[in-house]
Design a binder for this molecule. Structure first.
Ligand SMILES: Cc1ncc(COP(=O)(O)O)c(C=O)c1O
Length: 356
């Protein structure tokens, strides 16, 4: 007898399938050690947050600090935070799911876990395929979005894994031609510099999701947040558990914002390394690479890409295959590591290509 929700039976167990190599350039993580960067201040701040209590005023302080960081007149009451952008996605999906027929529309290829979390909460998932230049038909997207069973539009900007930005005009067109909730995933915002937070007041159907895992270097801490209207924040908040965010994590996130310049300066360095790697890849005969507004690049060397991937892996360099979608056949993704890690990658690449 199956004792769980019927649709879960066919779903695969969540599996985090990541190679563990000396050089990890596979999960778009940061190379900056956050504890080293803010240790003294974190300890001072933690002294003011007794963990024998459920409540502490670090919570409103953090919301104020986040609102100040987001800017554009966003109020603390327009922000919800939790354990990573992932948890915010999960809460949004849970809050819109109406019946077995409900679904979300997204782009493909895009962030893989949109589908996983939709499956987890019993929300259907309908992808709109990107074309060869990573563009898509807004009319097809709107047709799916405006269907009565569709409860949510998802747009990842910049998109993971393609790295490109969706033109602002397209996003505006979608927002202005639907009443449905539209989730704009700005996980890589600090790398792109492009946000819709400044026009949020115009669109009551817009929810922006952001992460501290990339520019703010704390993937392992698990901290993310969403920005929306006060009314939407109240509704999404209804599916959240009480005290879901640990006071320790909140204090760490607060300390990061107090020291944001360290992380934003590092972000500029990452962008610089990314731009140089992009130009180097462009100069290589065998590589096809794409511009990126994130902390990663995707590229291909054609049919030999899987072999290159294995060769790098055998030499302790882990990248990420993104060839699961036909559009990205033979493509792999490299997260921007340290200068030394990128140089190691280049040397291995040249050695590999030498055989041809
Ligand atoms: C587009 C996108 N959204 C969300 C996430 C999840 O971020 P977090 O670590 O904050 O849960 C990621 C992580 O790689 C991502 O690439």
């Amino acid at each position: 007898m199956y004792r769980f929700r019927k649709d879960l039976e066919a779903k695969k167990a969540v599996e985090i399938n990541v190679p563990h190599k000396k050089v990890m350039m596979c999960l778009n993580e940061s190379t900056l050690n956050p504890l080293e960067a803010v240790k003294d201040q974190l300890l001072e701040n933690l002294k003011l947050v007794p963990l024998n209590r459920y409540f502490n005023d670090i919570t409103p302080k953090l919301k104020n600090k986040l609102a100040e960081y987001v800017g554009h007149g966003i109020k603390p009451s327009q922000i919800l935070f939790g354990n990573g952008a992932d948890e915010m996605l999960y809460y949004i999906f849970t809050s819109v799911r109406e019946s077995v027929r409900s679904y979300a529309v997204s782009l493909a290829p895009s962030y893989f876990d949109y589908k996983s979390y939709c499956d987890a909460v019993g929300l259907g998932f309908e992808p709109i395929e990107l074309n060869k230049d990573f563009n898509f038909s807004v009319e097809d997207y709107l047709e799916k979005l405006n269907h009565p069973n569709c409860k949510l539009g998802i747009l990842c900007n910049p998109n993971n894994p393609t790295g490109n930005l969706i033109p602002d005009k397209k996003i505006v067109h979608i927002l202005e031609n639907t009443d449905k909730l539209v989730l704009l995933d700005e996980t890589y915002f600090e790398f792109s510099g492009i946000t819709f937070a400044d026009v949020l007041h115009k669109y009551p159907n817009l929810v922006i999701v952001r992460s501290f895992s990339k520019a703010f270097s704390v993937a392992g801490l698990r901290f993310g947040y969403l920005i929306t209207s006060e009314e939407n924040a109240i509704e999404i908040g209804k599916v959240m558990t009480a005290f879901h965010s640990s006071l320790m994590i909140q204090t760490f996130a607060y300390t990061i914002l107090e020291n944001k310049e360290i992380f934003l300066t590092h972000t500029e360095k990452v962008k610089d390394i990314r731009n140089k790697l992009y130009l180097w890849m462009l100069s290589q005969d065998y590589i096809t690479v794409y511009p990126s507004h994130t902390n990663f690049l995707i590229f291909t060397i054609g049919d030999s890409t899987p072999e290159l991937f294995d060769y790098l892996s055998d030499n302790e360099v882990a990248l990420r295959p993104v060839w699961g979608h036909p559009l990205l056949k033979n493509h792999i993704r490299i997260s921007i590591g340290t200068q030394e890690e990128i140089e190691k990658f280049m040397q291995l690449f040249l050695k590999f290509i030498d055989r041809f």
